[in-house]
Ligand binder design. Structure first.
Ligand SMILES: C[S@@+](CC[C@H](N)C(=O)[O-])C[C@H]1O[C@@H](n2cnc3c(N)ncnc32)[C@H](O)[C@@H]1O
Length: 377
């Protein structure tokens, strides 16, 4: 069953266009592609921390409002096998992205009709349909790791009239060498390291646009221009958006108890650097890029003595540090344990960034070569 898009959708599209979020060439695509064809009959909504199914057959109005709403729609949980009690989901593993974020990604792609595009993370197939509407379906290849989702996307694309889009089932980190080169690689899955294959499969002068994420929390959208020497350079064009990660590059957020043991004997020191300076504004970007694999968790005060702490955790090496805030002092105790001295690493990165004049995250230059990824200011 397909119904006409509710008026709320045209209003949303016009609003995005007026706010300058939806570049003009994409307005027509947003109005033409029927989003509900791509949204599965069962979607997921949060009730507290749990994801519970919402069935179109049972709540058609609510389903439709979400299909054409301004938020992202969770379309798969726990890689397709709900892991919570009573069929509830725990982690969203596929979604139809927020319309304004899709618009932002498309604008960042600086696409023109006729360009050949590889999309990483087909999901519902909705973004692939928008691309097909504007570029021509034959110019769009999309790759999805989940076989069932790829099959559903193929069906939806067919139903919406974009059956000539090529949907490949496979690991997007490998790209799609058999269809390369592309003018653009657009990823709708985040990664802390941009796979070099995406650079290698893009023509010189082409763009790789991908969400970037990190253990130390910051996320954003990277736009990289591919050069003639086989490398790509660029930077963050947005520092707010956050996408789900590539399946094999997930960064599970550890709990303190996963890393810290009662028997650990930490080293004690003092600092005059307030932990808030390490966790706010653009400092976390500088730290995330220099201190890979380090998570931080704020633990609020349990009593009314004004004390709280921040944990720094690396589950891979089982290293941890704890900053203990107490009021009425300008020096605070730090405890560190494990092969890495995480607090030292974090403060070194912070001071280096301060020394450079605290450049905003959008000023960092990323370079991707066959040898790996570099980021510098
Ligand atoms: C945010 S959703 C994509 C939204 C999609 N572009 C749309 O329009 O609906 C991310 C998708 O990436 C897929 N994915 C995760 N890891 C992947 C990988 N290594 N290769 C290809 N797809 C992957 C997930 O299964 C999920 O469907």
């Amino acid at each position: 069953m397909t119904t006409a898009a509710p008026p709320a959708w045209s209003e949303l599209v016009e609003d995005l266009a007026e706010r300058g979020v939806l570049a003009q060439p994409w307005r027509a695509a947003f109005l033409a592609v029927p989003r509900e064809v791509f949204i599965p009959e069962v979607i997921w909504r949060y009730v507290g921390d749990d994801l519970v199914p919402l069935r179109r057959g049972e709540e058609p109005a609510e389903w439709l409002a979400r299909a054409y709403g301004p938020h992202y729609v969770v379309t798969q949980v726990d890689d397709g096998i709900p892991a919570g009690p009573q069929g509830q989901g725990q982690v969203p593993t596929s979604s139809a992205s927020r319309p304004d974020i899709v618009a932002m990604m498309l604008a960042a792609g600086r696409l023109e009709p006729g360009m050949r595009v590889l999309e990483i993370g087909t999901g519902t197939g909705y973004t692939a349909a928008l691309l097909a509407h504007y570029l021509g379906a034959r110019n769009v290849t999309s790759i999805e790791v989940d076989q069932k989702l790829a099959a559903q996307a193929r069906t939806a694309l067919e139903r919406a009239g974009y059956g000539e889009v090529t949907v490949v089932t496979g690991d997007g980190a490998r790209g799609c060498p058999e269809a390369a080169p592309f003018d653009r690689v657009l990823s709708t899955v985040a990664s802390p390291r941009v796979p070099y294959t995406w650079v290698a499969q893009t023509r010189p002068g082409g763009l790789v646009v991908t969400p970037w994420n990190s253990a130390y929390k910051p996320a954003g959208l990277l736009s990289l221009t591919v050069g003639t020497e086989g490398s790509a350079t660029g930077g963050l064009v947005d520092t707010t958006i956050s996408f789900m990660p590539l399946r094999d590059q997930r960064i599970p957020r550890p709990a303190v108890a996963d890393v810290v043991r009662e028997a650990d004997i930490p080293e004690r020191s003092d600092t005059d650097l307030h932990a808030c300076d390490l966790c706010n504004d653009d400092a976390p970007f500088a730290i995330a890029l220099s201190v890979p694999g380090c998570h931080w968790i704020y633990e609020p005060a349990s009593g009314d003595d004004g004390r709280w702490c921040v944990w720094f955790l690396d589950p891979t090496t089982r290293s941890w540090a704890r900053f203990d805030y107490q009021p009425d002092t300008q020096r605070w105790p730090v405890h560190q344990f494990g092969p890495r001295r995480l607090f030292d690493e974090v403060t070194t990165a912070y001071h280096r960034w301060c020394h450079a004049g605290q450049p905003p995250a959008t000023q960092w230059r990323f370079t991707i070569t066959p040898d790996g990824q570099r980021a510098e200011f």
